[in-house]
Design a protein around this ligand. Structure first.
Ligand code: PMP
Length: 360
């Protein structure tokens, strides 16, 4: 039986994508070998590679002014690559400190360039995102960095802030679950291992001409231009996740595209928030209403013992990955793109039933 996978990433992929990958794995379309055994310079791989790029451009409606890059090192490497490539001498970058991941991005930017906190959510315990006009932008700001969804805190940026400069965004945990207003961004990045593919790369969207003069002095892998010139084939790319991502993106396209995925994601989240809100405080979500994440629903019960008991029950019911992040505890249901609504309904029913049985 297939598990209900509420893991925070890597996470569930569409079953038919896994099956199709399995069927093609040993002998790729009659080639007498697996795609995984082929040269990344072969015509066969090139078709797969370009196919994934083309599907991505179509599905996410990416304008020609943005390059699509596949870069290894996960979203974490982008924490450093964004400031290294965008910040010229004399320029600085503003960071919205919205949670653990934004903090990581800010700390790395601070290491390699001039970065400042443009909005600080730590005072509120990272339970809300900033309003559209709350961000303070200093002079000579090259970009403002946002984390559109904080995977650990379970908060989501409801609307992009008005900042008057280009935005840079980490979209790892809500990647493609809503349309992207491309005009606002010079760079968008995210690991693929939640919504889009097996782990192994970041998808980076980079505005043409956005990199600074000084970026030329970076080692090649860290230079965006090197990846642009090579069409993400300057060195050996992670062929497996790129191949599978093409299938996942085709699946998103065939099921109504990003708009439909946005609706499905919202519906899944609403189902769980409804249980929480109607539980009379048995389940508590600490997040301000408008900032509630659609992809990571966090909640607490009255005591660590009760939480442990609940977690036990989820496991007994074939639901995995619900332990909250080790830094914050509690419980978390991640509702990524391929998670079926029926899994969410099963969890919602378990939550309702558990509350009835344990309410004092
Ligand atoms: N940013 C966010 C919002 C994340 O959720 C994660 C991973 N959970 C990261 C960055 C780090 O991603 P990676 O593991 O791909 O480096």
């Amino acid at each position: 039986m297939r598990a209900h996978n509420f893991g925070a990433g890597p996470c569930t992929l569409p079953l038919h994508v896994l099956e199709e990958t399995r069927d093609e794995l040993v002998d790729f379309r009659g080639a007498g070998m697996s795609l995984l055994e082929m040269s990344h310079r072969s015509d066969t791989y090139d078709e797969v590679h370009q196919g994934t790029i083309d599907t991505l451009r179509r599905v996410a409606a990416v304008p020609d002014q943005l390059h699509i890059l596949f870069i290894q090192g996960g979203a974490s490497l982008q924490f450093g690559m964004v400031p290294m490539n965008l910040l010229d001498t004399g320029m600085q970058a503003g960071y919205l400190l919205t949670g653990s991941w934004a903090k990581g991005a800010f700390e790395d930017a601070d290491l390699v360039g001039d970065a400042y906190v443009a909005w600080d959510g730590s005072v509120g315990g990272f339970t809300a995102m900033p309003g559209e006009d709350e961000v303070e932008v200093r002079p000579n700001t090259r970009y403002v960095h946002v984390t559109t969804n904080e995977t650990i805190g379970g908060i989501r940026l409801p609307a992009l802030p008005n900042v008057g400069v280009p935005l840079a965004a980490d979209m790892s945990s809500d990647y493609l679950t809503r349309p992207i207003d491309w005009d606002r961004f010079d760079v968008v990045y995210g690991g693929v291992q939640k919504n889009l593919a097996p782990a192994g790369l970041s998808v980076v969207f980079l505005r043409d001409g956005a990199v600074s003069e000084t970026a030329r002095q970076l080692p090649r892998y860290l230079r965006y231009e090197w990846h642009v010139t090579g069409n993400s084939l300057a060195n050996t790319p992670p062929m497996f996740p790129i191949w599978v991502m093409g299938k996942v993106l085709a699946d998103i396209e065939a099921t109504g595209g990003i708009e439909a995925l946005e609706d499905r994601t919202r519906a899944k989240a609403e189902r769980l928030y409804r249980v929480i809100d109607e539980s009379d405080g048995f389940y508590r979500n600490p997040v301000e209403q408008r900032s509630r994440s659609h992809t990571n629903v966090v909640f607490r019960l009255d005591s660590p013992e009760l939480e442990a008991e609940f977690l036990e029950e989820t496991l007994r019911n074939n639901m995995i990955g619900m332990k909250g992040h080790r830094s914050v505890g509690g419980l978390r249901a991640s509702l990524y793109a391929a998670l079926e609504l029926e899994s969410v309904v099963a969890l919602a029913e378990l939550m309702e039933d558990f509350a009835v049985r344990h309410r004092s």
